[in-house]
Design a protein around this ligand. Structure first.
Ligand code: EPZ
Length: 417
Protein backbone atom coordinates (compact mmCIF):
# COMPACT_ATOMS: atom_id res chain seq x y z
CA UNK A 1 0.00 0.00 0.00
CA UNK A 2 1.40 3.40 -0.90
CA UNK A 3 1.91 6.13 1.68
CA UNK A 4 3.12 9.72 1.86
CA UNK A 5 6.54 10.21 3.42
CA UNK A 6 7.42 13.66 4.76
CA UNK A 7 10.67 14.81 6.35
CA UNK A 8 9.55 17.93 8.18
CA UNK A 9 11.42 21.11 8.89
CA UNK A 10 11.76 22.62 5.41
CA UNK A 11 10.59 26.24 4.98
CA UNK A 12 8.07 26.32 2.12
CA UNK A 13 8.37 29.02 -0.48
CA UNK A 14 7.00 29.54 -3.98
CA UNK A 15 3.88 29.51 -6.08
CA UNK A 16 1.14 26.93 -6.14
CA UNK A 17 -1.89 26.47 -8.30
CA UNK A 18 -5.25 25.81 -6.64
CA UNK A 19 -7.35 23.06 -8.27
CA UNK A 20 -11.08 23.29 -9.04
CA UNK A 21 -13.46 22.74 -6.15
CA UNK A 22 -14.45 19.15 -5.42
CA UNK A 23 -17.72 20.19 -3.82
CA UNK A 24 -18.64 22.25 -6.90
CA UNK A 25 -17.77 19.76 -9.60
CA UNK A 26 -19.62 16.79 -8.07
CA UNK A 27 -23.16 18.28 -8.09
CA UNK A 28 -22.44 19.96 -11.43
CA UNK A 29 -21.58 16.59 -13.01
CA UNK A 30 -24.86 15.13 -11.71
CA UNK A 31 -26.73 18.19 -13.02
CA UNK A 32 -25.34 17.50 -16.52
CA UNK A 33 -28.03 14.80 -16.70
CA UNK A 34 -30.67 17.56 -17.04
CA UNK A 35 -29.15 18.71 -20.32
CA UNK A 36 -30.06 17.52 -23.77
CA UNK A 37 -26.69 18.52 -25.17
CA UNK A 38 -23.08 17.94 -24.06
CA UNK A 39 -21.57 20.09 -21.30
CA UNK A 40 -17.88 20.84 -20.91
CA UNK A 41 -16.59 21.61 -17.45
CA UNK A 42 -13.20 23.29 -17.18
CA UNK A 43 -10.77 23.25 -14.24
CA UNK A 44 -12.10 19.84 -13.32
CA UNK A 45 -9.91 18.34 -10.58
CA UNK A 46 -8.52 14.84 -11.23
CA UNK A 47 -9.53 13.34 -7.91
CA UNK A 48 -10.99 9.96 -7.05
CA UNK A 49 -14.44 11.38 -6.17
CA UNK A 50 -14.66 12.77 -9.71
CA UNK A 51 -13.64 9.35 -11.09
CA UNK A 52 -16.44 7.79 -9.02
CA UNK A 53 -18.89 10.32 -10.43
CA UNK A 54 -17.71 9.61 -13.98
CA UNK A 55 -18.28 5.87 -13.36
CA UNK A 56 -21.88 6.63 -12.37
CA UNK A 57 -22.44 8.85 -15.44
CA UNK A 58 -21.04 6.15 -17.74
CA UNK A 59 -23.15 3.48 -16.04
CA UNK A 60 -26.22 5.63 -16.77
CA UNK A 61 -25.29 5.77 -20.46
CA UNK A 62 -23.47 9.14 -20.71
CA UNK A 63 -20.34 9.52 -22.79
CA UNK A 64 -17.68 11.20 -20.68
CA UNK A 65 -14.34 12.37 -22.06
CA UNK A 66 -11.33 14.08 -20.51
CA UNK A 67 -9.22 16.66 -22.31
CA UNK A 68 -6.50 17.81 -19.89
CA UNK A 69 -8.52 19.41 -17.07
CA UNK A 70 -11.75 19.71 -19.03
CA UNK A 71 -14.43 17.08 -18.79
CA UNK A 72 -17.17 16.72 -21.39
CA UNK A 73 -20.38 14.92 -20.44
CA UNK A 74 -22.70 13.95 -23.26
CA UNK A 75 -25.94 12.81 -21.62
CA UNK A 76 -27.84 12.08 -24.84
CA UNK A 77 -27.38 8.32 -24.49
CA UNK A 78 -28.92 8.20 -20.99
CA UNK A 79 -30.52 4.77 -20.83
CA UNK A 80 -30.64 3.73 -17.20
CA UNK A 81 -32.20 5.19 -14.06
CA UNK A 82 -30.71 2.89 -11.44
CA UNK A 83 -27.40 3.22 -9.64
CA UNK A 84 -26.02 0.06 -8.00
CA UNK A 85 -24.79 0.03 -4.42
CA UNK A 86 -21.11 -0.35 -5.34
CA UNK A 87 -21.21 2.96 -7.25
CA UNK A 88 -23.42 4.83 -4.75
CA UNK A 89 -21.32 3.84 -1.76
CA UNK A 90 -18.13 5.41 -3.16
CA UNK A 91 -19.05 8.95 -2.10
CA UNK A 92 -21.60 11.06 -0.30
CA UNK A 93 -22.24 13.34 -3.23
CA UNK A 94 -23.83 10.50 -5.21
CA UNK A 95 -27.10 11.48 -3.47
CA UNK A 96 -27.46 14.44 -5.88
CA UNK A 97 -28.11 11.91 -8.63
CA UNK A 98 -31.45 11.36 -6.91
CA UNK A 99 -32.75 14.85 -7.79
CA UNK A 100 -31.10 14.75 -11.22
CA UNK A 101 -32.59 11.38 -12.26
CA UNK A 102 -36.04 12.26 -10.91
CA UNK A 103 -35.93 15.52 -12.84
CA UNK A 104 -34.73 13.94 -16.06
CA UNK A 105 -36.47 10.52 -16.04
CA UNK A 106 -39.22 10.74 -13.41
CA UNK A 107 -37.86 7.71 -11.59
CA UNK A 108 -34.78 6.21 -10.02
CA UNK A 109 -33.68 3.41 -7.72
CA UNK A 110 -30.49 3.87 -5.76
CA UNK A 111 -29.00 2.94 -2.41
CA UNK A 112 -27.81 5.17 0.40
CA UNK A 113 -24.68 7.21 -0.39
CA UNK A 114 -21.21 6.63 1.06
CA UNK A 115 -18.61 9.27 1.93
CA UNK A 116 -16.14 10.09 4.70
CA UNK A 117 -17.08 8.85 8.17
CA UNK A 118 -17.84 12.09 9.94
CA UNK A 119 -20.65 10.79 12.15
CA UNK A 120 -24.25 10.20 11.11
CA UNK A 121 -24.96 11.76 7.72
CA UNK A 122 -28.70 11.36 7.20
CA UNK A 123 -30.53 12.25 3.98
CA UNK A 124 -33.93 12.95 5.54
CA UNK A 125 -33.92 16.57 4.37
CA UNK A 126 -33.24 15.51 0.77
CA UNK A 127 -36.08 12.98 0.84
CA UNK A 128 -38.56 15.30 2.55
CA UNK A 129 -37.85 18.12 0.06
CA UNK A 130 -38.18 15.88 -2.99
CA UNK A 131 -41.43 14.50 -1.55
CA UNK A 132 -42.72 18.07 -1.20
CA UNK A 133 -41.94 18.56 -4.90
CA UNK A 134 -44.13 15.54 -5.71
CA UNK A 135 -41.80 12.54 -5.58
CA UNK A 136 -42.88 9.30 -3.95
CA UNK A 137 -40.02 7.63 -2.12
CA UNK A 138 -40.05 4.08 -0.74
CA UNK A 139 -37.19 2.27 0.90
CA UNK A 140 -36.95 -1.45 0.22
CA UNK A 141 -33.96 -3.45 1.47
CA UNK A 142 -31.63 -0.42 1.57
CA UNK A 143 -32.70 0.72 -1.91
CA UNK A 144 -34.58 3.99 -2.40
CA UNK A 145 -37.29 3.56 -5.01
CA UNK A 146 -38.32 7.02 -6.19
CA UNK A 147 -40.97 8.10 -8.68
CA UNK A 148 -42.30 11.44 -9.74
CA UNK A 149 -44.92 11.44 -12.49
CA UNK A 150 -44.92 15.20 -12.11
CA UNK A 151 -42.79 17.58 -10.05
CA UNK A 152 -44.53 20.78 -8.93
CA UNK A 153 -42.85 23.90 -7.58
CA UNK A 154 -43.54 24.72 -3.92
CA UNK A 155 -42.04 26.47 -0.92
CA UNK A 156 -39.51 24.37 0.98
CA UNK A 157 -38.23 25.50 4.35
CA UNK A 158 -35.03 23.72 5.36
CA UNK A 159 -34.61 23.32 9.13
CA UNK A 160 -30.84 23.55 8.62
CA UNK A 161 -29.09 24.96 5.54
CA UNK A 162 -27.90 21.60 4.23
CA UNK A 163 -25.55 21.92 1.25
CA UNK A 164 -26.53 18.62 -0.38
CA UNK A 165 -30.28 19.07 0.19
CA UNK A 166 -30.15 22.59 -1.30
CA UNK A 167 -28.34 21.16 -4.36
CA UNK A 168 -30.81 18.31 -4.80
CA UNK A 169 -33.77 20.69 -4.61
CA UNK A 170 -32.22 23.17 -7.06
CA UNK A 171 -31.54 20.39 -9.56
CA UNK A 172 -34.97 18.73 -9.25
CA UNK A 173 -36.87 22.05 -9.22
CA UNK A 174 -35.52 23.08 -12.64
CA UNK A 175 -37.76 20.34 -14.08
CA UNK A 176 -40.77 21.14 -11.88
CA UNK A 177 -43.85 22.97 -13.06
CA UNK A 178 -43.97 26.42 -11.52
CA UNK A 179 -41.69 28.14 -9.04
CA UNK A 180 -39.89 26.58 -6.09
CA UNK A 181 -38.66 28.72 -3.21
CA UNK A 182 -36.05 27.32 -0.80
CA UNK A 183 -35.94 29.13 2.53
CA UNK A 184 -32.89 28.75 4.76
CA UNK A 185 -30.96 27.46 1.74
CA UNK A 186 -27.22 26.80 2.06
CA UNK A 187 -25.14 29.82 1.00
CA UNK A 188 -21.83 28.09 0.30
CA UNK A 189 -19.89 29.28 -2.79
CA UNK A 190 -20.40 25.82 -4.31
CA UNK A 191 -24.18 26.41 -4.30
CA UNK A 192 -23.67 29.65 -6.21
CA UNK A 193 -21.42 27.81 -8.67
CA UNK A 194 -24.06 25.14 -9.28
CA UNK A 195 -26.67 27.85 -9.91
CA UNK A 196 -24.28 29.58 -12.36
CA UNK A 197 -23.82 26.33 -14.25
CA UNK A 198 -27.57 25.58 -14.34
CA UNK A 199 -28.42 29.14 -15.42
CA UNK A 200 -25.86 28.88 -18.21
CA UNK A 201 -27.73 25.79 -19.37
CA UNK A 202 -31.02 27.75 -19.45
CA UNK A 203 -32.35 27.33 -15.88
CA UNK A 204 -33.84 30.31 -14.05
CA UNK A 205 -32.42 30.36 -10.55
CA UNK A 206 -32.16 33.50 -8.42
CA UNK A 207 -31.02 34.37 -4.93
CA UNK A 208 -28.21 31.85 -4.55
CA UNK A 209 -25.80 32.84 -1.81
CA UNK A 210 -28.50 34.79 0.02
CA UNK A 211 -30.45 32.15 1.90
CA UNK A 212 -33.66 32.28 -0.15
CA UNK A 213 -33.43 30.70 -3.58
CA UNK A 214 -36.13 30.84 -6.27
CA UNK A 215 -36.14 28.30 -9.08
CA UNK A 216 -38.52 28.74 -11.95
CA UNK A 217 -39.11 25.37 -13.58
CA UNK A 218 -37.94 25.43 -17.19
CA UNK A 219 -37.83 21.80 -18.30
CA UNK A 220 -34.95 20.35 -20.35
CA UNK A 221 -31.75 22.37 -20.40
CA UNK A 222 -29.14 23.04 -23.10
CA UNK A 223 -25.47 22.20 -22.80
CA UNK A 224 -22.85 24.79 -21.82
CA UNK A 225 -19.21 25.37 -20.95
CA UNK A 226 -18.46 26.19 -17.37
CA UNK A 227 -15.31 26.69 -15.28
CA UNK A 228 -15.61 25.52 -11.67
CA UNK A 229 -14.54 27.81 -8.85
CA UNK A 230 -11.16 27.23 -7.20
CA UNK A 231 -11.23 24.95 -4.16
CA UNK A 232 -11.31 27.15 -1.05
CA UNK A 233 -10.54 24.21 1.25
CA UNK A 234 -7.49 23.15 -0.75
CA UNK A 235 -6.39 26.81 -0.61
CA UNK A 236 -6.82 26.88 3.19
CA UNK A 237 -4.88 23.59 3.47
CA UNK A 238 -1.94 24.97 1.46
CA UNK A 239 -2.03 28.19 3.49
CA UNK A 240 -1.79 26.07 6.65
CA UNK A 241 1.10 24.10 5.12
CA UNK A 242 3.03 27.31 4.39
CA UNK A 243 2.11 28.69 7.84
CA UNK A 244 3.41 25.73 9.87
CA UNK A 245 6.68 25.80 7.91
CA UNK A 246 7.27 29.50 8.64
CA UNK A 247 7.39 30.10 4.89
CA UNK A 248 5.83 32.31 2.29
CA UNK A 249 3.98 31.62 -0.92
CA UNK A 250 1.56 32.64 -3.58
CA UNK A 251 -1.62 30.68 -4.20
CA UNK A 252 -3.78 31.20 -7.27
CA UNK A 253 -6.51 31.32 -8.23
CA UNK A 254 -8.24 32.08 -4.93
CA UNK A 255 -11.51 34.03 -4.71
CA UNK A 256 -11.15 36.47 -1.79
CA UNK A 257 -14.77 36.19 -0.53
CA UNK A 258 -14.53 32.40 -0.51
CA UNK A 259 -11.63 32.34 1.94
CA UNK A 260 -12.78 35.33 4.00
CA UNK A 261 -14.06 33.08 6.84
CA UNK A 262 -10.57 31.57 7.33
CA UNK A 263 -8.33 34.61 6.71
CA UNK A 264 -8.78 36.29 10.13
CA UNK A 265 -7.38 33.18 11.83
CA UNK A 266 -4.24 33.19 9.69
CA UNK A 267 -3.77 36.87 10.50
CA UNK A 268 -4.28 36.22 14.24
CA UNK A 269 -1.58 33.56 14.04
CA UNK A 270 0.85 36.22 12.81
CA UNK A 271 0.69 35.51 9.07
CA UNK A 272 0.22 38.26 6.54
CA UNK A 273 -2.30 37.37 3.85
CA UNK A 274 -2.92 39.82 1.01
CA UNK A 275 -4.64 39.62 -2.34
CA UNK A 276 -3.45 40.85 -5.71
CA UNK A 277 -6.48 40.10 -7.85
CA UNK A 278 -7.04 36.37 -7.45
CA UNK A 279 -3.50 35.70 -6.18
CA UNK A 280 -3.16 35.25 -2.45
CA UNK A 281 0.21 36.08 -0.93
CA UNK A 282 0.85 34.58 2.47
CA UNK A 283 3.87 35.02 4.73
CA UNK A 284 4.20 33.26 8.05
CA UNK A 285 6.18 34.25 11.14
CA UNK A 286 8.90 31.92 12.53
CA UNK A 287 6.55 30.71 15.26
CA UNK A 288 2.78 30.95 14.89
CA UNK A 289 0.72 32.63 17.61
CA UNK A 290 -2.44 31.08 18.98
CA UNK A 291 -5.73 31.88 17.22
CA UNK A 292 -9.05 32.87 18.75
CA UNK A 293 -11.76 30.21 19.18
CA UNK A 294 -12.53 28.48 15.88
CA UNK A 295 -16.24 27.73 15.75
CA UNK A 296 -17.34 25.91 12.60
CA UNK A 297 -20.61 26.91 10.98
CA UNK A 298 -22.52 27.27 7.74
CA UNK A 299 -21.11 29.72 5.20
CA UNK A 300 -20.13 32.51 5.83
CA UNK A 301 -19.14 30.80 9.07
CA UNK A 302 -15.84 28.99 9.47
CA UNK A 303 -15.85 25.90 7.19
CA UNK A 304 -15.81 22.54 8.96
CA UNK A 305 -13.66 21.23 6.09
CA UNK A 306 -10.82 23.62 7.05
CA UNK A 307 -10.95 22.80 10.76
CA UNK A 308 -8.45 19.87 10.67
CA UNK A 309 -5.75 21.85 8.79
CA UNK A 310 -6.05 24.78 11.19
CA UNK A 311 -5.87 22.36 14.10
CA UNK A 312 -2.49 21.20 12.75
CA UNK A 313 -1.46 24.87 12.83
CA UNK A 314 -2.75 25.32 16.38
CA UNK A 315 -0.79 22.22 17.41
CA UNK A 316 2.50 24.07 16.78
CA UNK A 317 1.39 27.58 17.76
CA UNK A 318 2.54 29.50 20.81
CA UNK A 319 -0.48 29.37 23.10
CA UNK A 320 -3.79 27.57 23.40
CA UNK A 321 -6.40 27.15 20.66
CA UNK A 322 -10.04 26.17 21.12
CA UNK A 323 -12.15 24.50 18.45
CA UNK A 324 -15.91 24.00 18.48
CA UNK A 325 -17.23 21.72 15.72
CA UNK A 326 -20.86 22.45 14.95
CA UNK A 327 -21.49 20.68 11.63
CA UNK A 328 -20.44 17.05 11.99
CA UNK A 329 -20.44 14.92 15.13
CA UNK A 330 -17.32 13.01 14.33
CA UNK A 331 -14.88 15.48 12.87
CA UNK A 332 -11.98 15.02 15.23
CA UNK A 333 -10.69 11.77 13.70
CA UNK A 334 -7.30 13.40 13.12
CA UNK A 335 -6.82 14.24 16.82
CA UNK A 336 -5.67 10.74 17.72
CA UNK A 337 -2.79 10.76 15.24
CA UNK A 338 -1.86 14.41 15.83
CA UNK A 339 -1.49 13.45 19.48
CA UNK A 340 0.74 10.53 18.53
CA UNK A 341 2.93 13.08 16.75
CA UNK A 342 3.31 14.96 20.03
CA UNK A 343 0.44 17.46 19.78
CA UNK A 344 -1.31 18.28 23.05
CA UNK A 345 -4.99 18.06 22.21
CA UNK A 346 -7.98 17.17 24.36
CA UNK A 347 -11.15 16.58 22.39
CA UNK A 348 -14.49 15.88 23.97
CA UNK A 349 -17.83 16.09 22.20
CA UNK A 350 -17.87 19.17 20.03
CA UNK A 351 -14.86 20.83 21.68
CA UNK A 352 -11.12 20.41 21.26
CA UNK A 353 -8.51 22.28 23.26
CA UNK A 354 -5.08 22.48 21.65
CA UNK A 355 -2.06 23.52 23.66
CA UNK A 356 0.60 24.44 21.13
CA UNK A 357 4.02 22.78 21.36
CA UNK A 358 7.25 24.04 19.71
CA UNK A 359 7.61 20.98 17.49
CA UNK A 360 6.00 17.66 16.62
CA UNK A 361 7.74 14.34 15.99
CA UNK A 362 7.22 12.33 12.86
CA UNK A 363 5.72 8.85 13.11
CA UNK A 364 3.44 6.47 11.21
CA UNK A 365 -0.10 7.88 11.05
CA UNK A 366 -3.28 6.95 9.22
CA UNK A 367 -5.75 9.22 7.44
CA UNK A 368 -9.31 8.51 8.61
CA UNK A 369 -11.01 10.96 6.27
CA UNK A 370 -10.06 13.41 3.52
CA UNK A 371 -9.55 16.65 5.47
CA UNK A 372 -8.14 14.92 8.54
CA UNK A 373 -5.64 13.13 6.30
CA UNK A 374 -4.54 16.41 4.70
CA UNK A 375 -4.10 17.86 8.21
CA UNK A 376 -1.71 15.02 9.07
CA UNK A 377 0.35 15.96 5.99
CA UNK A 378 0.39 19.59 7.19
CA UNK A 379 1.50 18.42 10.65
CA UNK A 380 4.23 16.29 9.07
CA UNK A 381 5.76 19.41 7.51
CA UNK A 382 6.26 20.81 11.02
CA UNK A 383 7.49 17.57 12.58
CA UNK A 384 11.05 16.48 13.27
CA UNK A 385 12.02 13.28 11.44
CA UNK A 386 9.87 11.25 9.09
CA UNK A 387 6.08 11.22 9.09
CA UNK A 388 4.41 8.45 7.11
CA UNK A 389 0.79 9.16 6.25
CA UNK A 390 -1.03 5.95 5.33
CA UNK A 391 -4.57 5.47 3.90
CA UNK A 392 -3.79 8.05 1.22
CA UNK A 393 -6.94 7.00 -0.66
CA UNK A 394 -8.90 9.35 1.58
CA UNK A 395 -6.69 12.29 0.66
CA UNK A 396 -6.96 11.44 -3.04
CA UNK A 397 -10.74 11.81 -2.84
CA UNK A 398 -10.28 15.57 -2.79
CA UNK A 399 -6.63 16.43 -3.49
CA UNK A 400 -5.42 16.19 -7.06
CA UNK A 401 -1.74 16.17 -6.18
CA UNK A 402 -0.92 17.34 -2.69
CA UNK A 403 2.50 15.66 -2.83
CA UNK A 404 3.67 17.36 -6.06
CA UNK A 405 2.22 20.72 -4.99
CA UNK A 406 4.00 20.73 -1.63
CA UNK A 407 7.21 19.39 -3.19
CA UNK A 408 7.06 22.33 -5.62
CA UNK A 409 6.97 24.63 -2.60
CA UNK A 410 10.14 22.97 -1.31
CA UNK A 411 8.77 20.32 1.06
CA UNK A 412 10.68 17.06 1.42
CA UNK A 413 7.68 14.90 0.57
CA UNK A 414 7.12 11.92 -1.68
CA UNK A 415 4.75 9.07 -2.30
CA UNK A 416 6.24 5.68 -1.50
CA UNK A 417 4.61 2.92 -3.53
C1 EPZ B 1 -21.22 19.04 2.06
O1 EPZ B 1 -21.66 17.85 2.66
C2 EPZ B 1 -19.79 18.80 1.64
N1 EPZ B 1 -19.76 17.69 0.70
C3 EPZ B 1 -18.93 18.48 2.85
O2 EPZ B 1 -17.61 18.35 2.39
C4 EPZ B 1 -19.01 19.67 3.80
O3 EPZ B 1 -18.29 19.35 4.97
C5 EPZ B 1 -20.47 19.93 4.17
O4 EPZ B 1 -21.25 20.15 2.97
C6 EPZ B 1 -20.66 21.16 5.06
O5 EPZ B 1 -20.11 22.28 4.44
C7 EPZ B 1 -20.05 17.89 -0.57
O6 EPZ B 1 -20.37 18.99 -1.01
C8 EPZ B 1 -19.93 16.73 -1.48
P1 EPZ B 1 -24.79 19.09 4.72
P2 EPZ B 1 -23.21 17.57 2.91
O7 EPZ B 1 -25.95 18.43 4.10
O8 EPZ B 1 -23.99 18.11 1.77
C9 EPZ B 1 -27.04 17.30 8.57
C10 EPZ B 1 -15.43 17.38 2.41
O9 EPZ B 1 -14.50 16.94 3.12
N2 EPZ B 1 -28.04 16.76 7.61
O10 EPZ B 1 -24.69 20.58 4.65
O11 EPZ B 1 -23.32 16.16 3.26
C11 EPZ B 1 -25.70 16.57 8.42
O12 EPZ B 1 -25.71 15.38 9.15
C12 EPZ B 1 -16.81 17.31 2.90
O13 EPZ B 1 -15.25 17.88 1.29
C13 EPZ B 1 -29.17 16.16 8.11
O14 EPZ B 1 -29.39 16.07 9.31
O15 EPZ B 1 -23.43 18.48 4.19
C14 EPZ B 1 -24.74 17.59 8.95
O16 EPZ B 1 -24.69 17.54 10.34
C15 EPZ B 1 -17.20 16.27 3.80
N3 EPZ B 1 -30.09 15.65 7.20
C16 EPZ B 1 -25.36 18.93 8.51
O17 EPZ B 1 -26.72 18.64 8.22
C17 EPZ B 1 -29.89 15.73 5.86
O18 EPZ B 1 -30.75 15.27 5.10
C18 EPZ B 1 -24.73 19.57 7.29
O19 EPZ B 1 -24.73 18.64 6.23
C19 EPZ B 1 -28.73 16.37 5.37
C20 EPZ B 1 -27.82 16.87 6.27
Amino acid sequence: MSYISIHGGRVLEGKVNVQGAKNSILPILAACLLCHQPCTIHRCPKISDVSACVRILRHLGCVVTWNEHSLTVDPRGLCCTQIPDELMSEMRSSIVFLGALLARCGETALSFPGGCELGPRPIDLHLSALTQLGAVVNEEGGVLQCRADKLSGCEIVLPIPSVGATENIMIAATAAKGTTVIRNAAREPEIVDLACFLNRCGAKINGCGEGTVQIEGTGPLFGCEHTVIPDRIVAATYMAAIAVSGGKGELSPVIPQHVSPVLPFFRQSGCTADFKGNRLLIKAPKRLRSMQHIVTGYFPGFPTDAQPALMAMAAVSDGTGIFIENIFENRYNHVHDLTRMGAKIKAEGRMAVVEGVPTLSGCRVKACDLRGGAALVVAGLAAAGETQVHNVGYIQRGHQDIVADLAKLGADIKTIR
